[in-house]
Design a protein around this ligand. Structure first.
Ligand SMILES: [Zn+2]
Length: 598
């Protein structure tokens, strides 16, 4: 780690004292992780355990990491597994399942020794190369079955050329590169980034330090950036009215995509080179606000299924649209309230989610609750392949429903209450008082209690595929949305294409388009259009200069088969979903809009 504050120091000493007393009473678990040969992409792990009970111990590796709702089966990357006791005597072991090693425990001390091969540079998987090591704990550290509550000490031995470690874990006082987790839930929630890292000027809010430590962050004005980030964090903490951690670390993992939220940190793919356009900064701020707000919405305000976690199978919930969809809603609202985005940019952000949702035929098949529950099999953004049209993304419909819910609550309470009150109430009543997550009915009851009215109409958009009446709810804030259909000039085939190895490949087919109905599908290759070999640009021109009803002849490779198809072009109908202020708003509508925009 780069910097230690006095506060952290005191907490660390306390935690160490607690851990020593716990260890003295029962058992201890200590990991040593090294990375001497980063070009092999392999971490080496030693796990020293003593005092574990039983003739044998099952050591397990989680199949997923909370925050990324997909099975990753980390155990598949464990190699050269060995077990011995403290005297060096080899112990017997066998795999009893894909993620479980059963180790003999006669001497009551076990030393495990194994490698973890890393294969993917991603925020939800461990990764090591000659420039940095990303320790994603769920994919590195084994736990003894039934011992999730056990404290753990981790000693990191960075590659010889590296100096820094960024993590939300507390350090052990006086011990370099040594960290302590009070239990495995905290350990699995605290990734570590090792390398030659840069720390930006930190800021405090109510005395609590917030740091940003990054690998290859790119070229930009650090002070200005941290100033803006401070405004974002301040706005989010003011919304909830409490800061639940003692320190917070943004960990920038370099170029890539995606971020994952944790209790007192977030890992974000972050590399800002040549980012001059305002639009890109806005996207960055939305992204950071989203990951930061998750420290409330999902880490603390959470569906009941999301903790304690089921590390063996994954934790399924029908409410993922609340932590994810409403965090998209609040990423926009927080950046707007922080003064970092304009009214038209805010309205446009909602418009793009509505557009993405409305353009997907999956909206006729899959509700928000089903999209939440089925994400484990569908993938984080819905199904791919031929089933692509049967799913939606809760990242799109979630924030749209969040907006309806907020406007309805404001309307019903004459703008005395809002969705903010729902979030604050969930935080207080469930996280602070009951110390647990909420059920589906408790979430709805909380919303309805705040609204003082039934919200059955809004919750119908959560549990069914009913067509959304945006106009009704936007009108509560004096806003209008353009849902009228307009015909786009030119002929419409309904495909998107990209070049692959010198040929034009179909990358997407609009559902129910002329191309779809003629049997064209993703990954078909277009050999000829009207007798000529196309490229992606000439394809666009072919359709622009045609009219609905015109016929085109295609020669297509479909797998190993060459086919000739003739297709009548159609007319593309589009809805803009542009959101704007409605003239002639009454006082309540004006008041709602004003306070919503703040
Ligand atoms: Zn998220």
């Amino acid at each position: 780690m780069i910097k230690t504050t006095r506060m952290r120091h005191i907490i660390t000493i306390l935690l160490f004292a607690i851990s020593i007393s716990l260890c003295a009473q029962k058992s201890s678990i200590l990991f040593t992780i090294s990375m001497d040969h980063p070009t092999t992409h392999t971490f080496h792990v030693m796990m020293n355990c003593s005092g574990l009970k039983g003739d044998s111990v099952d050591f397990k590796m989680p199949v997923w990491t909370p925050g990324y709702y997909q099975r990753l089966d980390f155990a598949n990357n464990v190699e050269n597994f060995k077990a011995a006791d403290a005297s060096g005597t080899i112990k017997g072991w066998r795999k009893t399942s894909g993620s479980t090693w059963r180790v003999n425990n006669e001497a009551a001390s076990v030393i495990l020794d194994y490698d973890v091969k890393t294969i993917r540079l991603f925020v939800a998987t461990p990764y090591l190369d000659e420039e940095r090591g990303y320790i994603l704990p769920a994919g590195i550290f084994l736990y003894p079955a039934g011992e999730i509550q056990h404290p753990v000490i981790v000693v990191v031995k960075p590659y010889e050329k590296w100096k820094n470690i960024a993590t939300g874990l507390d350090s052990l006082a006086g011990k370099k590169y040594t960290f302590i987790a009070p239990d495995y839930d905290i350990l699995y929630d605290s990734p570590l980034l090792v390398g030659n890292l840069e720390e930006f000027p930190s800021f405090t809010i109510k005395g609590i330090p917030h740091r940003f430590i990054a690998y290859k962050p790119g070229e930009f004005d650090r002070a200005q950036f941290m100033n803006d980030l401070k405004r974002i964090v301040e706005t989010a903490t003011a919304l909830i009215g409490d800061i639940p951690y003692k320190q917070y670390t943004f960990i920038g993992t370099g170029p890539g995509a995606g971020g994952i939220e944790h209790l007192n940190s977030t890992t974000v793919s972050f590399n800002i080179n040549n980012q001059s356009a305002e639009q890109n900064w806005l996207r960055t701020y939305f992204f950071l606000a989203h990951e930061y707000f998750h420290n409330y919405n999902v880490k603390r305000i959470r569906p009941i299924e999301l903790g304690p976690f089921d590390y063996d199978n994954g934790s399924r919930t029908k409410m993922l649209w609340v932590p994810e969809g409403l965090s998209v809603y609040y990423e926009y609202m927080i950046v707007k309230r922080a003064g970092l985005c304009r009214e038209n940019e805010l309205l446009n952000a909602f418009r793009s989610n509505i557009l993405a949702y409305e353009e997907k035929p999956g909206r006729l098949y899959q509700s928000l609750t089903r999209a939440s529950y089925e994400t484990w099999s569908d993938g984080p953004f819905g199904r791919t392949g031929d089933d692509v049209n049967k799913t939606i993304s809760y990242y799109d419909k979630g924030p749209a429903v969040g907006m309806l819910l907020d406007f309805k609550i404001r309307h019903e309470t004459k703008n005395k209450k809002s969705l903010d009150d729902v979030m604050r109430t969930l935080y207080k009543e469930f996280y602070q008082q009951r110390k647990r997550g909420f059920t589906e009915s408790e979430f709805r009851e909380t919303c309805e209690k705040i609204a003082g009215a039934s919200l059955a109409d809004v919750f119908e958009y959560v549990s069914t595929t009913k067509e959304v009446d945006y106009k009704k709810y936007l009108a509560y804030a004096g806003l209008d949305i353009d849902t009228s259909s307009k015909e786009i000039p030119g002929g419409w085939l309904g495909i998107a294409t990209r070049m692959r190895n010198d040929s034009v490949m179909v990358s997407a087919v609009d559902w129910n388009s002329p191309a779809w109905n003629a049997g064209l599908r993703q990954r078909n290759v277009i050999l000829e259009i009207n007798g000529a070999k196309p490229d992606t640009r000439s394809i666009e021109n072919v359709f622009k200069n045609k009219n609905p009803g015109d016929k085109i002849e295609l020669e297509v490779m479909r797998g190993p088969e060459k086919k000739n198809v003739s297709i009548l072009l159609g007319a593309k109908i589009e809805r803009s979903f542009l959101i704007s202020r409605k003239p002639g708003a009454d006082n309540l509508q004006k008041e709602i809009l004003e306070s919503w925009l703040q």
